[in-house]
Write a protein that binds this ligand. Structure first.
Ligand code: NAD
Ligand code: DAU
Length: 399
């Protein structure tokens, strides 16, 4: 039977996927009230939700999911019957340099939410119709070899980074609250998201912004690591389906049918930016340091740097269960999604420019400076998995 959420608590709703989900839910899925609980860490940005200001179906609470008193109060005040839990420390590189915050938010924070949900929905009078949806990652399954079959829901957990270990811990707690107490939970484990509003520490926005500024494009190791790329809009649609059609206690893997190497992503973005600048004089004026502004090629910026510690070689997702039981199917191929995403970043400089301040510069310095290995040989030309670039779906307006 389908579940109909009424009052949703969306944790981490000011982050990349959370903000896309809140807008997706209110504008397309369309029912219920959404309360966002977000601590506004470096990754949380009120601008991501600015278009919802004044919408009576939406409320924002700034706070920490580890604050049990606050979480309990939000449940009571807003009569929450549904949790969609995004809040997390999400960047693998940051987890390598500082794991503590990942354990606190991802493990302790998830437990704080589970306790509040149990108290509100199961203890005392209870709320029979409820859902706790936990947003997790394919990284909990570890790393695949080139010929291995993709991750499926029964693949044993083998997390390799502090980030993925903390997500694995949270997944196990969610499972335990279902098995032990009967909490109606669903979990989605998905692949690498990309699209609008992604903080420029992650590969795709980092590369776009570095190309525009003529800065080095840091490729870890040989760049032949494989990820499955999932457009954030498809991920949000999948979460909506899991919430309303998913069965309590079930786990669903969500993929984008977009397996490719990192170096291919980087080369594709280089070609896309070069084509945009070749066509558009305003962009050449706006980004004079980008190689294509002066007739050069962005690929000359590629720098192979020391590999990420414990770097997973390949992720791939078998999402047949979600297709069969939820009706999920990704709507965008990677080529279209990358072109749209680049276009979004070109149009929304006013969104990303303020993010490149002191704390961002410190992060870039901390993560990249010691790891440069200028002596590494350049990678052989990557196989052209993506065909040549299509025209962008929207024109880039004057700036
Ligand atoms: P993000 O880093 O962009 O956003 C995280 C959000 O959580 C931010 O708004 C931040 O302020 C908030 N937050 C962090 N700590 C908090 C705390 N203690 N209390 C309240 N709010 C807090 O992350 P994202 O990329 O949008 O990822 C969202 C979720 O999806 C995460 O759980 C992540 O593990 C999972 N996931 C992400 C991807 C991906 O490719 N980005 C893929 C699979 C799964
Ligand atoms: O697979 C799902 C996961 O995808 C999510 O659980 C994480 O929250 C999300 O951050 C993402 O993790 P990755 O580590 O795969 O994403 P990231 O964008 O950091 O890196 C993608 C690939 O690109 C990875 O193989 C590392 C590589 N990389 C990344 C950066 C930032 C580089 O080569 N250079 C870089 O500078």
């Amino acid at each position: 039977m389908n579940f109909e959420p009424h009052n949703l608590l969306v944790t981490g709703g000011a982050g990349f996927i959370g903000a896309n989900f809140v807008r997706h839910w209110l504008y397309t899925a369309g029912h219920g009230k959404v309360v966002v609980l977000d601590a506004l860490t470096y990754a949380g940005n009120p601008e991501n939700l600015a278009s919802l200001a004044g919408d009576p179906r939406y409320a924002f609470v700034r706070g920490d999911i580890c604050d049990e008193g606050l979480v309990r109060e939000v449940f009571e005040r807003h009569q929450i019957d549904t949790v969609v839990h995004f809040a997390a420390e999400s960047h693998v590189d940051r987890s390598i340099l500082g794991p503590d915050e990942f354990i606190r938010t991802n493990v302790v924070g998830t437990h704080s939410l589970l306790k509040a949900a149990k108290r509100a929905w199961l203890d005392g009078k209870g709320v029979a119709a409820h859902r706790f949806h936990h947003v997790s990652t394919d990284e909990v399954y570890g790393s695949l070899g080139a010929e291995d079959p993709p991750f499926h829901e029964a693949t044993p957990y083998a997390p390799n980074s502090p980030y993925s270990a903390s997500k694995a811990g949270s997944d196990h707690l969610v499972r335990a609250y279902h098995e032990t107490y009967g909490l109606k939970t669903t979990v989605t484990n998905c692949s690498n998201n990309y699209g609008p509003f992604q903080f420029p520490e992650k590969l795709i926005p980092l590369i776009i912004i570095n190309i525009l500024h003529g800065k080095p494009l840091p490729v870890y190791g040989d760049g032949l690591q494989v990820r499955d790329w999932l457009h954030v809009a498809d991920h949000c649609a999948a979460i909506g389906l899991a919430l309303t059609r998913g069965a309590p206690g079930e786990v669903y893997n969500i993929g984008g049918d977009g397996e490719t190497t990192n170096i291919h992503i980087v080369h594709s973005l280089c070609s896309l930016v070069d084509e945009h600048l070749a066509r558009n004089a305003e962009l050449r004026t706006a980004f004079p340091m980008s190689p294509a502004a002066t007739g050069g090629k962005s690929q000359q910026l590629v720098e192979h740097v020391r590999d990420r510690l414990g770097h997973d070689r390949r992720y791939a997702i078998d999402f047949r269960k979600a297709a069969r039981t939820l009706g999920y199917a990704p709507s965008r191929d990677l080529q279209t999604g990358l072109a749209e995403t680049l276009n979004w970043y070109l149009i929304h400089e006013a969104w990303w420019r303020p993010l490149l301040g002191d704390s961002y510069a410190k992060w870039i310095d901390k993560n990249y400076s010691p790891s440069r290995l200028p002596s590494m040989p350049p990678t052989a030309a990557a196989p052209a998995i993506l065909p040549s670039v299509p025209p962008p779906s929207e024109p880039v307006p004057g700036r």
